[in-house]
Design a protein around this ligand. Sequence first.
Ligand code: G3P
Ligand code: CA
Length: 277
Amino acid sequence: KQQSMLQPIVDQVDVIAHRGASGYAPEHTLAAYEKAIQMKADYIELDLHMTKDGQLIAIHDSTLARTTNAEEVYPDRAPWRVKDFTLAEIKKLDAGSWFNKAYPEYAKKQYVGEKIPTLQEVIDFVKKKDPKVALYIETKDPDVYPGMEEKLVEILKKNGYLKKGKVIFQSFSEASLRKLQHLVPEDIPLIQLYSPDMIQGKNLDDVFNRAAEYAEGVGPDKSLVTPAFIQEAHERHMVVHPYTVNTQDEMVEQLSLGVDGMFTNYPDQLVELNKKP
Ligand code: G3P
Ligand code: CA
């Protein structure tokens, strides 16, 4: 295939499907993960929260309000916190219809009635569809869910996923990553996420010295990536995976800065840039 003159020839970087291929299908549903697998993403990104009965489920927000019909089904249980609902209650919810309303251009009938998956269901699904696709798992709100790291590690171990190449762990919480550092084998990467306010006004050298104590890389908001930021990471042999990079123009910019992979809602766009001539 001929390379377009406009497309840069770049080294392969990691394609991390953010909440699945969430630009094309409702985030954190099996439909979104299936699209990510079809698009040849290297990783599926998963945000985890814990139900009232201690089950780990894939959802971004700490409440069910934005991505399900919880307000309709349970009108008197505001603010619909994940931690206040059992898995059986959560399984009654429709996690797909909101997407059809919000993104009519990508709406599909099959998304109606999609369910919030458990971590176990995600593993079973990915294993069946393409076991080469790895999981990139974020512990969300670890302070709210004591024991979530232990449970996570137990499930991955049981499924043969606590191995290099099968999983990466990420968190905004240093405490959660330091906890995982003691629970998982040394060759499993830990990634410290950074929002802009976590770094503002701080000395980058200090920030990276601290992260290097436990992390193999960093996941910064894309606005934080500069040549100096990349240099701080790479001189410590740490990878840089910015979030959330959704257009090819932005991807090309991040590639030119030297990132090692990207979280994207549109994995097909980065896969296309990754193609060798
Ligand atoms: O995990 C990388 C990125 O997803 C962090 O932001 O809010 O989308 O989880 P958020
Ligand atoms: Ca995330």
